[in-house]
Write a protein that binds this ligand. Structure first.
Ligand code: LLP
Length: 421
């Protein structure tokens, strides 16, 4: 459930009319609902209770500092994958002991930043990384808490670009070699092993692959303990999918996911960490755009809108579906007609939807792309020198711009012409 609903025929984010935000901010823009973010976060904490747990929001899905502050103030931890994300979490007031650091390519500089600024644990993904982290920790006179990410060789049955738990993927160490790698970690003076980490992919629409992976982690926990390691925490990753199309069957609910966690690893006495991104942020955001032209093509009508693939890349990158709704609710019984919804970027790939049935639209009409809160703004670029679009946060009847649209002067001032040119 989210808080983007029609009221008196107008799409609202909570108590604010989208058209009012558009009139103030201009289009296109992202709009997030604080109540939806809060609700989704609580779904996870409720699903995991009474197990000791920490829900670490995957910042990569939506990294605006205002959103992180909102979630951090509720008690959320953060899953970061870069120095930039670490800084965002800290800027939002999240203490180091609630930040986990994931990613296959952490640099020594990033390790230093997190070790000096405070960190709950590093989720280490390879032996070279483990050795580097130990060296960096020793040079700072500290000990780095780590889990080791294991690759369970499980098919997440999701889009191939976002599956991460198969043996051919670059992530984690093969679970078959875990004993050997944990033994080496235990011998490195700069490290303290605290647990196991696993993440098999994103936008999973079935629980079964999680079950396979978590059962393997449970076995591994028992084995590593018998080999003398202290396994206090299990980081079970993120990945629970969301419904992108209202008509589709719904993916599993956080309660069922929580029950699965309790069933598979709940009796091990470990603290459970999860790293959900999309389920918290995805349906908590929309992308609002306006129609520039309606163009009659050969046997089809193009809706040319002012948002483009550089603002929301998921349709062109993954062939992803995002529901599109008009901001003014269509009158009951109004007929839908098919449109190809496209942006102004000079690529055929700049297509949001083909032959999408929508009520008749005209120049200047506002539309909203739903489920755009996750991997929307964060994956945007300035391709075609289109400024990054603003982000707006709504809470009740308040709204605020939480990232402003840059001016063209700001964009141009980042380029420099060398004196010798
Ligand atoms: N933890 C780790 C280690 C991850 O790599 C990811 C996502 C997550 C947690 C959060 O997964 P989530 O709960 O959001 O599914 N750009 C793609 C998604 C890439 C996901 C990358 N890793 C998309 O737009 O679908």
């Amino acid at each position: 459930m989210d808080h983007f609903l029609y009221r008196n025929g107008l799409l609202h984010a909570e108590d604010v009319a989208i058209a009012d935000i558009a009139a103030t901010v201009g289009t296109p823009f992202y709009c997030y609902s604080a109540a939806t973010l809060t609700r989704h976060y609580h779904l996870f904490t409720e699903a995991l209770s009474p197990l000791p747990h920490l829900v670490c929001f995957a910042i990569k899905s939506l990294s605006n500092v205002a959103v992180l502050k909102l979630l951090g103030d509720l008690g959320a931890g953060m899953d970061v994958v870069s120095a930039g994300e670490y800084r965002r979490a800290r800027a939002a007031g999240v203490p180091g002991e609630r930040i986990v650091f994931s990613g296959v390519g952490k640099t020594r500089e990033e390790m230093r930043l997190a070790l000096t600024g405070g960190i709950r644990q590093f989720n280490v993904e390879s032996e070279p990384e483990m050795r580097a982290l130990s060296e960096v920790a020793l040079s700072l006179g500290v000990v780095a808490p780590i889990t080791i990410r294991v690759n369970p060789d499980v098919d997440a049955r999701t889009h191939e670009k976002i599956a991460t738990g198969k043996s051919e993927n670059k992530f984690g160490i093969p679970i078959s070699r875990a004993s050997e790698v944990y033994a080496e970690a235990a011998a490195l003076k700069g490290l303290r092993v605290v647990g196991i980490d696993v993440h098999i992919g994103s936008q999973l629409t079935e629980l079964e692959p999680f079950e396979q992976a978590y059962l393997k982690v449970a076995d591994l926990t028992r084995r590593l303990r018998s080999e003398g390691h202290s396994i206090e925490r299990l980081d079970l990753g993120g990945g629970l999918g969301i419904p992108y199309a209202r008509s589709n069957e719904a993916p599993p609910l956080p309660t069922d996911y929580g029950a699965l966690i309790k069933r598979t690893v709940g009796d091990l006495g470990c603290e459970i960490e999860i790293e959900p991104g999309r389920l918290i942020s995805g349906n908590a955001g929309i992308l609002v755009s306006s129609v520039i032209y309606v163009k009659e093509g050969e046997g089809r009508d193009f809706l040319i809108v002012d948002a483009a693939m550089n603002d929301l890349v998921r349709p062109s990158m993954y062939g992803a579906h995002h529901d599109i709704v008009p901001v003014v609710e269509p009158a009951p019984g109004q007929e839908a007609q098919p449109y190809d919804v496209v942006g102004p970027v000079c690529e055929t790939g700049d297509t949001f939807a083909k032959q999408r049935p929508l009520s008749a639209l005209a120049e200047g009409d506002l539309i909203a792309f739903r489920s755009a809160g996750a991997y929307g703004a964060v994956m945007a670029s300035e391709y075609n020198t289109r400024p990054l679009i603003p982000e707006v946060l709504v809470k009740g009847d308040h709204f605020a711009v939480i990232r402003a649209r840059p001016t063209f002067d700001e964009i141009l001032s980042r380029d420099t012409i060398p004196a010798w040119l």
